[in-house]
Design a protein around this ligand. Sequence first.
Ligand SMILES: Nc1nc2c(ncn2[C@@H]2O[C@H](COP(=O)(O)OP(=O)(O)OP(=O)(O)O)[C@@H](O)[C@H]2O)c(=O)[nH]1
Ligand SMILES: [Mg+2]
Length: 246
Amino acid sequence: MQITIIIPTYNEAENLPKLVSALFMLPLEISVLIVDDNSPDGTGRVAEELAAAYPGRLTVLHRPGKQGLRSAYLEGFRMALQGGAEAIAQMDADFSHDPQTLVAMAERLSACDVVLGSRYVPGGSLDERWSPWRRALSAFGNFYARTILGLPLRDVTTGFRLWRRETLLAMPLERIRANGYIFLVEMAYLAHCLDFRFGEVPIHFAERRAGKSKMSLRIQVEAALRVWQVWWGYRDLRRLGRAGRA
Ligand SMILES: Nc1nc2c(ncn2[C@@H]2O[C@H](COP(=O)(O)OP(=O)(O)OP(=O)(O)O)[C@@H](O)[C@H]2O)c(=O)[nH]1
Ligand SMILES: [Mg+2]
């Protein structure tokens, strides 16, 4: 199975080369697509060097400025599908997601439509350095979104995912409105409304290896309100179920 891994980057120059070399060591047929938003730290240049080092296996999409996760992933999905990818992964550049887990996720994909790398299934865990406050916020955010949306998932905000080509092709992705990390919740909800089968594989979520965290309480509060928008936005598809597939 040919897997294209989409990695959105914003100021990840230090992490990217190590991550890419770890990905290409996996016993999987992997291509990498980096979507860089003109990172001030020169991630785009680093990505070009990697493209030269791994010809034909690594592509870079350069965008003029920081436009957020929504369009980064939507453009990335389009390119990966056009390129013939059989499975498409979403992954962060900062080593929060262990490349090794992709092997188990790929195995699991044979029985599901999408596989999530999940912190909240048995065997999953969070970085030991996370404060009790940050743990509580993350756990509550998940519980909150999962309950309002009725999602049969333990980790609805995870950014580590592996999709079958057919699943993405059947999803009206242009309907997704949310940016930032609620984009991930909305995309999971869209898949759920269309009756796709999810699998969850436990992951250890590590704190970003290098670079600065962008997470804040403001982002979390805004996200909590947007969950209701997501719920309201798909009332038609909720009724249609699998009949709503493209
Ligand atoms: N292309 C692009 N990538 C982005 C943007 N915002 C974040 N990213 C990347 O998306 C991935 C996830 O973002 P992170 O900043 O790690 O978000 P987080 O894990 O919630 O927070 P921290 O790791 O604590 O900063 C990383 O690879 C980022 O570099 C963006 O606007 N454009
Ligand atoms: Mg991160």
